[in-house]
Design a protein around this ligand. Structure first.
Ligand SMILES: Nc1ncnc2c1ncn2[C@@H]1O[C@H](COP(=O)(O)OP(=O)(O)OP(=O)(O)O)[C@@H](O)[C@H]1O
Ligand SMILES: [Mg+2]
Length: 249
């Protein structure tokens, strides 16, 4: 397994947001994470990538209390749950956050350069940049445009492109299709398939369940901080209770 999360618990003050949850992602695998609002999907991605502080934290939750985290995360054969977000990124576990727009004041090219900050030498940087431009030609055309002036869909593509500049082994993407029109959603869908075909594993949180289920080989359904069901798309779609209660289908 590339990623193995075991018995992960996250408490914001006294609110139990992740309740002894276990998930895994294999090399090159695309796994989806679906479930109602507030289920803890974003918290899971943020905890895996070191953005929710481990141990007692000085970072205050919205309720003004402490954050408690328990459990283990292994990535590429190494335990990473005590590492800083920066050290986790360096190992190839990259987070593409929800509703997070790229740095709006910077141009597209500057954003991609910022994404490539871990890249040692110029040549390697340009190889990656070419790869990203091949995947998202629109970003090449808009290189000198201020990111804040891109359309919502283009900004979403840029956010993913910037994450790809970090050369992930596993990309955690949080709700990439939110707010996109059908045509752009379809385009994003195709780009995600291409990223998968290039061998990058993904853990995808997606509100559009039918899109998620078409992309993923395996899915987790989350509710109230727990995985309440897991399986292939066909298996989950056969389950009437899951369909109605958790997938809104
Ligand atoms: N910093 C925080 N302090 C306190 N509570 C928090 C904090 N961040 C998240 N929560 C709570 O944790 C719960 C899970 O939130 P999370 O954002 O992980 O859910 P989600 O499944 O991603 O929901 P959505 O589908 O709406 O994005 C929510 O009840 C939320 O209010
Ligand atoms: Mg979320």
């Amino acid at each position: 397994m590339l990623l193995q999360v075991e018995n992960l618990t996250v408490c914001y003050d006294t609110a139990l947001v992740l309740n002894s949850l276990s998930v895994s992602v294999d090399e090159g695998e695309l796994v989806s994470l679906v479930g109602p609002n507030g289920a803890g999907k974003s918290t899971l991605l943020r905890a895996i990538t070191g953005l929710v502080r481990w141990e007692k934290s000085t970072m205050k939750g919205t309720r003004g209390g402490d954050i408690t985290i328990e459990g283990t995360v292994h990535f590429a054969g190494e335990r990473i749950d005590r590492l800083s977000a920066h050290d986790i990124v360096k190992r190839g576990l990259v987070h593409c956050p929800e509703r997070r727009r790229p740095f709006r004041e910077m141009t597209v090219a500057e954003n991609l350069k910022a994404g490539g900050y871990l890249c040692g030498d110029r040549k390697e940087f340009h190889t990656r940049l070419e790869m990203v431009y091949q995947l998202f030609p629109v970003l090449k055309d808009r290189g000198n445009q201020i990111s804040g002036k891109l359309s919502g869909g283009e900004q979403q593509m840029l956010a993913i492109a910037r994450a790809l500049m970090l050369q992930p082994k596993l990309l955690c993407i949080d709700e990439p299709s939110t707010g996109l029109a059908a045509k752009l959603k379809q385009e994003l869908f195709e780009r995600i398939q291409e990223i998968k075909a290039s061998g990058i594993a993904m853990l995808l949180v997606e509100q559009d369940v039918s899109m998620a289920f078409k992309l993923a080989s395996r899915n987790y359904v989350m509710s109230h901080g727990k995985v309440i069901s897991e399986g292939t798309s066909e298996e989950l779609l056969k389950d009437e209770a899951i369909r109605k209660t958790y997938l809104g289908l």
